[in-house]
Design a protein around this ligand. Structure first.
Ligand code: MTE
Length: 325
């Protein structure tokens, strides 16, 4: 496939691609690129589908990190969400976030222990970076999972550009704070949502952050990121429970000490800083040994580090994973 550089924010919104033909289209693009290069001849196939429909996928570079497992349906990915700023119901984000959460203008502040700090309009922030597709498993701490084709940029490329100093041992990420946009941030009284210390914050150790799997997603299914999935830009760390994959990021802050993270602050006995997917360490209130893949009937075994053990286990060598959960 021809890989051309394009602005990562250029994931074009066009018609929704059903998951059943999404992979076929990606395969078709590669096939037609090869055919165009004279490597193979498949003229009927090349003319069989309209090119305009394929254009939005053209600039996405493939990744060796992508899984070939069955994709979770676009409908499920975009209507079964956790985005507490819009409520605790799984369907709340899809019904409340679109139309409220504006994707542009969007400013990302890079701050703390880095050479290149400042405020950046998102398109400047992303310009020049390679837009890739990463098909990752997402395992929620609530014991359900999905397979999602993300589009975006490697977090390492962003961090490299920020040029952290030697004091930067950790990276913190903040979600937008705007109670006019996010109703739960305006919650008052004794409700659960009012007890959250907004904005939602998350963090990684710097070596986790620069790991090649760590990703900043600006889209999914070859389209611009839907609001409910964390538009315009969200973190995706596939070997950790989904709550680490913070949505709608406005700040990336480099610091020397371990950052305070929303769920860890709320319930430290239940949600640790590391939050690595681990079938051998149960949540105090439920088992983490198995999970329900959305769209499947039978539960499946949860894999160590969500199936990314080979890639990331070395980051935790010598650490007691029952203690650093
Ligand atoms: N980010 C913010 N800002 N607020 C949230 O409530 N929920 C987290 C994570 N990122 C959350 C968030 C949780 S618990 C999960 S499982 C994933 O987002 C869900 O991502 P998805 O809705 O795109 O599947």
């Amino acid at each position: 496939m021809l890989i051309k550089k394009r602005r990562p924010s250029d994931v074009l919104p066009s018609e929704i691609t059903p998951e059943s033909i999404y992979r076929d289209r990606r395969r078709f693009l590669k096939t037609s690129a090869l055919a165009a290069a004279g490597t193979i001849l498949a003229p009927e196939f090349v003319t069989a589908k309209p090119m305009e429909a394929l254009e939005s996928l053209e600039g996405l570079a493939d990744s060796p990190f992508s899984t070939d497992e069955t994709l979770t349906g676009y409908e499920e990915v975009t209507t079964y969400n956790n985005f507490y700023e819009f409520g605790t119901g799984k369907e709340d984000p899809a019904s409340l976030a679109p139309g409220r959460l504006e994707h542009r203008p969007w400013t990302i502040t890079v701050s703390g222990e880095a050479e290149n700090t400042g405020e950046f309009a998102i398109d400047d922030f992303l310009s020049g970076l390679t837009l890739e597709e990463r098909i990752y498993r997402l395992r929620c701490v609530e014991a359900w999972s999905m397979v999602i084709p993300w589009a975006g940029v490697s977090l390492a490329s962003v961090i490299q550009r920020a040029a952290p100093t030697s004091k930067a041992k950790y990276v913190r990420f903040d979600t937008l704070y705007d109670p006019n946009v996010m109703p739960a941030q305006a919650a008052r009284g004794f409700s659960f949502l009012a007890s959250i210390d907004w904005p939602y914050r998350e963090g990684l150790r710097i070596d986790e952050a620069v790991h090649p799997l760590s990703f900043l997603a600006t889209g999914l299914y070859g389209k611009e990121m839907p609001s409910q999935n964390g538009a315009p830009i969200r973190l995706v760390v596939p070997w950790k429970y989904g709550f680490k994959s913070i949505k709608s990021v406005v700040r990336i802050h480099f610091q020397e000490i371990e950052p305070e993270c929303t769920w860890n602050l709320m319930q430290p006995q239940e949600y640790g800083f590391y939050a690595n997917v681990n079938p051998n360490v149960d949540h105090p209130r439920w088992s983490q040994a198995r999970e329900r893949r959305i769209g499947e009937f039978f539960k499946r075994d949860t894999l160590m580090f969500n199936g990314y053990e080979e890639e990331v286990a070395h980051l935790y060598a010598g650490m007691d994973l029952a203690k650093y959960y």
